[in-house]
Design a protein around this ligand. Sequence first.
Ligand SMILES: Cc1cc2nc3c(=O)[nH]c(=O)nc-3n(C[C@H](O)[C@H](O)[C@H](O)COP(=O)(O)O)c2cc1C
Length: 218
Amino acid sequence: MQAHTPTPAKTPTLNVLRIDASARRDGSVTRRLADGLVHELGRRVDGLSIVHRDLAQGLPFVDAGWVAANLTDPAQRHDEQRRALAFSDALVEEVRAADVLVIATPVYNFGVPAALKAWIDQIARARLTFRYTEHGPEGLLTGRKAYVLVATGGTAVGGGMDFATPWLRFVLGFLGITDVEVIAADRGMTRGEDARLAAEEQLVRLLDRQWPTMAEAA
Ligand SMILES: Cc1cc2nc3c(=O)[nH]c(=O)nc-3n(C[C@H](O)[C@H](O)[C@H](O)COP(=O)(O)O)c2cc1C
């Protein structure tokens, strides 16, 4: 029998991947919501590590070389094919390393911004982030939580014209991320500041439930 050795005290670390999809950096409602969420998490979690992927910097669309490389057995890929997938591999690693995803996205033309669609296209990789089994598709990015922070001008989130949040929920679930919270500052054109303030309040209430502050937990 092994002697019992006490487990050393560990600082719990929470790895957060923040993804911003708004084209704007100034005046962005979704970026402000994401700032608030990260700040609130920092108050609640001892040891927060944040990786920021700002999609406004641009990212490539998948192309023919990418598709062919992805379909090739990894052991058989030549250098050019490995290069074609290198950025996608890096994005997948960012998701894999994360415990929590913060996805801040506007609704553009009733869906997600093209940059966010391009990001999903880059991380949805057969055999890497999902696979097909005899029981159907299986997502391989399980065990992560996602917060989707969304803003709109006139579209009601959850309504018939919102193709963004149902699609995001679906595709994240397809990849195995089923624990998804959507917080909406929607219809900003008519609700003005109230839309964001209400979303921020909703966010704090949610975090109070999910991540009681360290002082409360002690
Ligand atoms: C290209 C573009 C398309 C948009 N399409 C919609 C839309 O379909 N429905 C809607 O309610 N608002 C739409 N809006 C408004 C944005 O969703 C809204 O301004 C939101 O606050 C933008 O997010 P941000 O503040 O983080 O930049 C659109 C804005 C832009 C720039």
